[in-house]
Design a protein around this ligand. Structure first.
Ligand SMILES: *Cc1c(COP(=O)(O)O)cnc(C)c1O
Length: 418
């Protein structure tokens, strides 16, 4: 089994396991196709923004920036990473439902181009920070459009019962717009929404675009203000299993752009700049994780546990929300997958599983097990639970690999212990 021309068994030997492997070819291909779709559907009036929380490190920031994407960050740490990687503040969009004063100060000091304000108290907080620094900051407002996307409840965000954003239906959003327009150190540039993640249908995106343009039109007619941009968020689903009912993200882009053009004509609204914020669909399928198989515990009439040298500390997604994954034995990839396995991690939790009742090739101790589509929300959600060091990440391209994140050592684990 190979990735970007690199043999996975060679990678496991050279760098050790567990190991995150990311394909630069695939990341660049996806970025390029998003950029091209903005040419096609909006004549370049707008751009994709990479939601860096999916996979955030300096090299990833540099790669997406070089492909012409902006960066979205949701914490001071992600912002710092992007700045350290050389991303200009102007290309950064700062999200988050409870940004702290130091985070806002970091953003203002570095001239972040778009602070996405989540709520009214944050709006006032940011006004004070900007006033102290004698700057006018460009913002957008995160709106809760009241849309229920059919995805896991923990990754749904657009419905009324959500901790994110200003409620549209109750008039809170419109109030926030009016308030933002009054503030001296705030310049309101656009509106934002993000309805959830791993969404497999086009309709919620189309509906969100329609609802958001309705608000833009109300702002124009009632307040005489034409906003510059509309950011429609991310959330496009990817393949975890072969059976995933998958829509290529370009189809979402097309369906949404048709609605936007129609709706702007109907509302006599100039076409705003359009942004989208894909995270998972940029990084997810580009990544795999390699493990070494340890003990195999076959419990008759119950299940067979196949233990690996990783687990919830480097991929907590199954433990968090039973995410699907495809697993295979990389050194037996051409053999039939006839063995039903529960792939278990090495942490002291019964729920530390990567996948249950999944078909793999017959495993033996020492085999290399690969889990596919782990590029998003794996490294970025990793922890040191049980004092396991986070694995290294190798970027592969054209048959060559290079370490982009060093694996942690035991020394790293005690670095801050006093
Ligand atoms: C997480 C997030 C995204 C990216 O979502 P994906 O499902 O990874 O595409 C985009 N925008 C916001 C505001 C987010 O919180």
């Amino acid at each position: 089994m190979a990735i970007s021309g690199c043999d996975t068994i060679d990678l496991a030997k050279k760098y050790g396991t567990p190991l995150y492997v990311m394909s630069e070819d695939e990341i660049r291909r996806v970025c390029g196709s998003y950029v091209a779709s903005f040419q096609k559907f909006y004549h370049g009036n707008g751009r994709p923004i990479y939601a860096s929380k999916a996979f955030c490190c300096k090299e990833m920031c540099r790669i997406v920036l070089s492909e012409g994407l902006d960066l979205e960050v949701v914490s001071g740490g992600e912002l710092f990473t992007a700045l350290q990687a050389g991303v200009p503040g102007q290309n950064i969009h700062f999200q988050g439902n409870n940004k702290t004063i130091p985070e806002l100060e970091l953003a203002v000091d570095n001239n972040v181009g778009d602070i996405v304000v989540d709520n009214l108290s944050e709006l006032e907080k940011l006004e004070r920070v900007a006033a102290c620094k004698g700057k006018v900051v460009h913002i957008s407002l995160r709106i809760k459009p009241g849309i229920d996307a059919h995805t896991h409840e923990f990754i749904r965000t657009g419905q009324i019962d959500s901790k994110f954003g200003l409620d549209l239906a109750s008039g809170e959003a419109f109030c926030a717009v009016k308030r933002a327009l009054e503030l001296e150190h705030i310049k309101l540039m656009g509106l934002h929404c993000h309805i959830g993640s791993q969404i497999m249908e086009k309709e919620p995106f189309v509906h969100a675009a329609e609802v958001m343009l309705g608000l833009m039109s109300q702002i124009k007619t009632e307040l005489g203000v034409t906003l510059d941009f509309l950011n429609l968020g991310g959330g496009f689903g990817i393949h975890y299993k072969e059976t995933d009912d998958f829509i290529p993200y370009i189809e979402y882009m097309e369906a949404v752009s048709i609605k936007i053009h129609e709706k702007c004509t109907e509302l006599q609204l100039d076409l705003p700049k359009i942004f989208i914020e894909p995270g998972r669909s940029v990084a997810g399928e580009a990544g795999i994780t390699l493990y070494t198989v340890g003990g195999i515990r076959e419990i008759p009439d119950v299940r067979s546990y196949v233990a690996i040298d990783g687990g919830m500390f480097e991929n907590p997604r199954y433990a968090l929300y039973q995410s699907d994954y495809t697993c295979l034995i990389a050194n037996k990839a051409n053999q039939p997958a006839g063995y039903t396995a529960t792939v278990a991690g090495k942490c002291c939790e019964s729920g530390d599983l990567i996948q249950e009742h999944t078909k793999i090739q017959t495993p033996e101790e020492g085999d290399i097990l690969a889990v596919l589509s782990t590029g998003a929300y794996n490294y970025s959600m990793a922890s040191n639970y049980n004092r396991n060091p986070r694995p290294a990440c190798v970027m592969v391209r054209n048959g060559e690999g290079r370490v982009i994140i060093r694996g942690e050592t035991y020394q790293d684990l005690i670095r801050n212990d006093l």
